[in-house]
Design a protein around this ligand. Structure first.
Ligand SMILES: CCCCCCCCCCCCC/C=C/[C@@H](O)[C@@H](N)CO[C@@H]1O[C@H](CO)[C@@H](O)[C@H](O)[C@H]1O
Length: 499
């Protein structure tokens, strides 16, 4: 960390910015869009949304997509990561009803991006299941695997020619542990004992089926890359001489991300042995006839193993882990994991309660992935920082610079990082935090009718990093005025998405 040599991002390294449908689009019931679980959750529980601002209007990107693309051009990014709202294109979730008007929105957005040589990186699922599928059990229903595959097929068919980067599913841990294993996120059904693990199995298989479908029907002709987005924050023992806490940190890493990565990226496949042992043993003691962690068959293990062209790594922060002496509700995933998390009191805090800056954690997480999964190709599909509103976001600048510095070190030591994505292009609805936590390079004036977007300091700094391909701590812009500087003579639609 004291080695401050100037390091450079390679020419083929890709820089991008991200958003997701529910968080930015708004137009929650326009042009035939179906109801999503976030529409239902936020309407039935307005008290759960910190400042009352939900995704009904959000950043209004459904109407302001041209301005969004203009912002991406101002930044000079190589790609834009956004998600397709399943309920906007298939209002019930099933392929029996296709909403052409919904697809038209994505046609326009993708064409506008390509016109300016910005690659679309499409997430197929970012937390917004249709309510109709949720009423059938959502991701706890094994049929969700084929529901997702059917949806993926329609979207692949429509966009395979134009989209070279795909993320099947964003953050299975949030979907399953927070959406089904608690009531923190939609649908908030709180089935901590069995349902959360059923969800894990179904979400993983849905991902793998979509991956294999692309591999079989689209890969040869279109040469795109399909990955999965996993939250890989760093978890390490609070104290390194304490075996009990070191074992707790092993459990934390396995439960937080190993459970999703091991089946896809390890040589042997299947769930991590440490989780299998814990949940099987506890389930037996608790009187379950079979383990609460479902089995993966031989065929399922094979389907999953190797089912990603790259790992989409969402990394924000680090947690310090202790073994828990306190009793959790049992049976539950928390009880199975049995850990307590804290964070360094000296680490700088973001606006979100869970977000503190510890860039060394990104380096360590990369080393961990390299050792456990043999240097997988990685795209950082999310990293970001929350603030209050305001344009002078020096803390975001410091955070992005520090984490990019750590990333350069990890790359120098062999980590195969192909790209980096800031979360987020613009302020948006931060789920139950509403708009009280701002993650945008661009500020959105949520009070205005026009949802005015204005570049923050971080937007100018990120633009400079992309242009110079180095992280210069001393650089600052002469004003907050941002302009499009990267001129393209002609559009380049021949990009094949080489990793
Ligand atoms: C004083 C000690 C405090 C310790 C607190 C421990 C409590 C642990 C609770 C864990 C809470 C979750 C932590 C991490 C969450 C992130 O990985 C997750 N929010 C990332 O999700 C993506 O992030 C974006 C920003 O939050 C979000 O907008 C996007 O949609 C997500 O894909």
């Amino acid at each position: 960390w004291t080695d401050t040599r100037r390091r450079t991002f390679p020419q083929n390294f890709l820089f991008g910015a991200a958003s997701s449908a529910y968080q930015v689009e708004g137009a929650w019931n326009e042009d035939g869009k179906g109801e999503s679980i976030w529409d239902r959750f936020s309407h039935e529980h307005p008290e759960k949304i910190a400042d009352g601002r939900n995704g009904d209007v959000a950043s209004d990107s459904y109407h302001l997509w041209r301005r969004d693309v203009e912002m991406l051009r101002e930044l000079g990014v190589d790609f834009y990561r956004f998600s397709i709202s399943w309920p906007r294109v298939l209002p019930t979730g099933f392929p029996s009803s296709i909403n052409e008007a919904g697809f038209k929105y994505y046609d326009n957005l993708i064409d506008e991006l390509l016109k300016y040589d910005i690659q679309p990186m499409v997430t197929l699922y970012h937390f917004d299941l249709t309510q109709e599928l949720e009423d059938l059990g959502g991701w706890t229903n094994p049929l969700s695997v084929s529901w997702f595959e059917d949806y993926a097929k329609i979207v692949f068919k429509r966009y395979a020619e134009k989209v070279k980067f795909w993320i099947t599913i964003n953050q299975p841990n949030t979907i399953c542990m927070e959406g089904y294993g608690s009531d923190l996120m939609a649908p908030g059904v709180n089935v901590k004992d069995v349902g959360a693990y059923e969800c894990v199995k179904n979400v993983l298989l849905a991902h793998a089926k979509a991956y294999r479908l692309y591999e079989k029907e689209f890969k040869k002709e279109h040469e795109g890359n399909v990955g999965i987005g996993v939250a890989v924050n760093w978890f390490e023992s609070l104290d390194h001489n304490n075996t009990v806490n070191k074992e707790a940190a092993d459990r934390a890493r396995a439960f937080e991300f190993g459970i999703y990565l091991h089946p896809i990226f390890s040589k042997e496949g299947d769930f991590p042995p440490i989780i299998r042992t814990i949940v099987d043993k506890k389930s037996q003691e608790q009187g379950f006839k079979t383990s609460r962690l479902p089995k993966l068959s031989y065929e399922e293990i094979k389907l999953l193993r190797g089912s990603a062209d790259y790992l989409g790594m969402n990394h924000y922060t680090t947690f310090l882990v202790q073994h828990s002496e306190e009793k959790f509700e049992s049976p539950s995933v928390e009880d199975d994991r049995n850990t307590i998390y804290t964070q360094g009191p000296e680490w700088t805090s973001g606006k979100s309660s869970w977000l503190k800056s510890a860039p060394y954690g990104l380096y360590k997480a990369c080393v961990h992935l390299n050792l456990n999964y043999d240097y997988p190709p990685i795209i950082i599909t999310e990293h970001g920082w929350s603030t209050d509103k305001g344009l002078g976001d020096q803390s975001r600048v410091n955070n992005i610079r520090a984490y990019l510095g750590a990333l350069l070190l990890a790359m120098e030591d062999g980590t195969q990082v192909k790209g980096y994505t800031v979360w987020s292009l613009l302020d948006n609805v931060e789920w139950t935090a509403g708009t009280s936590e701002r993650f945008g390079l661009y500020e959105v004036d949520f009070e205005s009718e026009t949802k005015e977007r204005t570049a923050r300091l971080s937007a100018l700094v990120y633009k400079h990093i992309i242009e110079s391909r180095v992280v210069e701590d001393g650089w600052s812009p002469s004003s907050l005025k941002i302009e499009i500087t990267k001129k393209k003579d002609e559009k380049n639609n021949n990009y094949k998405g080489e990793l």
